[in-house]
Design a protein around this ligand. Structure first.
Ligand code: NAD
Length: 500
């Protein structure tokens, strides 16, 4: 990615291609949003369209002093935001929600430009992202405390929920809109103020959300978007004593690093990290339905999804038929630019992701996997990778062991369900697992036996505002969405009224 040091703003306009797709070009912001103002950092970073590597715009990079100023602004705003009535915070959130849905098409186009996903996926993400704002606007009104039967004579024991304080929200590039709203909505509803650090590959979605937050009238300093180097911004946020909560979505490697940094100030941390999802077809499942579901669970967002089916286990007697059905379904997927309505897979995020995908396939083939379909040369551009089906993958292969984050599907046969559950669990990850079948005893065996935060039976739809989203083991800490989402941004305060 190029770094532009120039300060001449005329050069920092969005590209013609970006201007051509947007109805409201004011949603494309190059500056950071701090304390209700759009501010310029020391330099600008070019953002590229993964579909063709064209620069689509530039985004400012804040320095250490500016990040610290943003933290102070969020702390000042917290003092009044926390004292608003829950209803008032809900009203702000609902106005933000409505403006997001009004700008749905532009927000979706922005995501296709900076992330590469298809326009249909991008529209779905805007709706999904907005749904958290509406949900938490309501949940914030029901953030109840309790009275506790007292063990102290004549005393009343109570709990209150109080906001943690300033919250740092660090988000990845694969869902540039919804990862921001899923965190910010919960934090704001709980009464926290937020410092959002979007991924450098996809900053425009977060900045557009800030523009809409400003239009919704959310007070200055309550929502801040600080763009800059991931390492620098995160370090300043983690070291700050003022920042009380850290909510991170990204790789397990960076998550562990941030947990170590945040330990110095004992922040309340929630982590949504990587996954290595098993997809288990049971013996009584219809083969073509299972293959269709597995294709859907594998190739969303071109496989760059923490929920993507990474290891597909198929009963041996159905194995050959399943591979055939999966390959047939997969061949129907069209790869190309996300704006083309016939396309179901966009590009990968960058060349490094494509190189990693090649390395995974080569490693698997060298260790005995069979290439069943795909791995075609596409001639679409350097970031495109054809959906690929590998059979006979084994735990010795990187494609099985690692979160592969690309459109490469690895399938293997099995004879014994208990052994599949054991193999599924033999990973440091524990985010999501899929099970397809009908026998209730076997489904129950999977539901209880799989060591994952989320197990979905006969449904690929794993997420949504009412669902407690999150992992166990090294896939993370805490839950987003659902009624538990507020917990990450609130503290339970105990109060005792002794004999009065
Ligand atoms: P990443 O860890 O490279 O970056 C995530 C964020 O951390 C970015 O904003 C980045 O700028 C920032 N960052 C902070 N400190 C950094 C440092 N020292 N070095 C580099 N970046 C730093 O993750 P990514 O590549 O943006 O996203 C992909 C990962 O996110 C995958 O592992 C995926 O599974 C995970 N993810 C998890 C969920 C979930 O809910 N569990 C959802 C989406 C993505």
């Amino acid at each position: 990615m190029n770094v532009a040091n120039h300060r001449d703003h005329s050069e920092l306009k969005p590209s013609h291609a970006m201007m051509a797709v947007m109805d409201d070009i004011r949603l494309v912001r190059s500056l950071a949003y701090v304390n209700g103002k759009w501010i310029t950092g020391e330099r600008f970073l070019a953002v590229e369209n993964p579909s063709n590597n064209d620069v689509i715009g530039y985004v400012t990079q804040l320095n250490q002093a500016q990040i610290s100023e943003a933290i102070d602004a969020a702390e000042q705003a917290f003092q009044s935001w926390r004292t608003l009535q829950a209803d008032e915070r809900a009203d702000y959130l609902l106005r933000w929600h409505d403006l997001i849905l009004t700008a749905r098409e532009d927000l979706a186009r922005l995501m296709v430009m900076e992330q590469g996903k298809t326009i249909a996926e991008a529209r779905g993400e805007v709706d999904y992202g907005a749904s958290f704002i509406r949900w938490f606007a309501e949940e914030g009104r029901r953030s109840y405390g309790e009275t506790i039967p007292s063990h102290i004579p004549d005393a009343q024991l109570l709990t209150f929920r109080e906001p943690v304080g300033v919250a740092a929200l660090i988000t990845p590039w694969n869902f540039p809109n919804a990862m921001v709203t899923r965190k910010a909505a919960a934090a704001l509803a709980a009464g926290c103020t937020v410092l959002i650090k979007p991924a450098s590959e996809t900053p425009f979605s977060a900045l557009a959300l800030a523009e809409l937050a400003e239009r919704a009238g959310i007070p200055a300093g309550v929502v801040n978007v600080i763009t800059g180097s991931g390492a620098l911004v995160s370090e300043v946020l983690c070291q700050s004593e003022t920042v009380k909560a850290l909510s991170f979505t990204g790789s397990t490697r960076v998550g562990k690093h941030l947990l170590r940094s945040a330990a110095a100030t004992v922040k309340k941390c929630s982590m949504e990290l990587g996954g290595n999802a098993p997809f288990i077809m049971l013996e009584d499942m219809d083969v073509s339905a299972a293959a269709k579901a597995a294709v859907a669970a594998k190739f969303q967002t071109s496989g760059q999804d923490c929920l993507a089916a990474n290891r597909i286990f198929v009963p041996r007697q159905s194995y050959a038929l399943f591979l055939e059905a999966f390959a047939a379904q997969m061949r129907q997927l069209e790869v190309g630019d996300g704006f083309d309505p016939s396309v179901s897979l966009g590009p990968l995020i960058n060349r490094a992701a494509v190189s990693k995908a090649h390395a995974l396939v080569q490693d698997a083939l060298a260790k005995g996997a069979r290439l069943i379909a795909g791995y075609d040369e596409l001639h679409l551009g350097p970031n495109f990778f054809a959906p690929t089906l590998l059979a006979d993958v084994t735990p010795a292969m990187d494609v099985y062991r690692e979160e592969n984050f690309c459109p490469v599907a690895g399938v293997l046969p099995y004879d014994d369900l208990a052994e599949v559950i054991r193999m599924s669990n033999a990973t440091e990850y524990g985010l999501a697992a899929y099970v397809y079948g009908h026998d209730i005893r076997r489904i129950w065996q999977c539901l209880r036996g799989l060591e994952f935060g989320m197990v979905s039976v006969n449904s690929v739809k794993m997420t949504g505002h009412p669902i407690p989203f999150g992992g166990v083991k090294q896939s993370g800490l805490g839950r987003e969405g659902s009624r538990y989402g507020l917990d990450e941004f609130s503290e339970i305060k105990y109060g005792c009224l002794g004999a009065l």
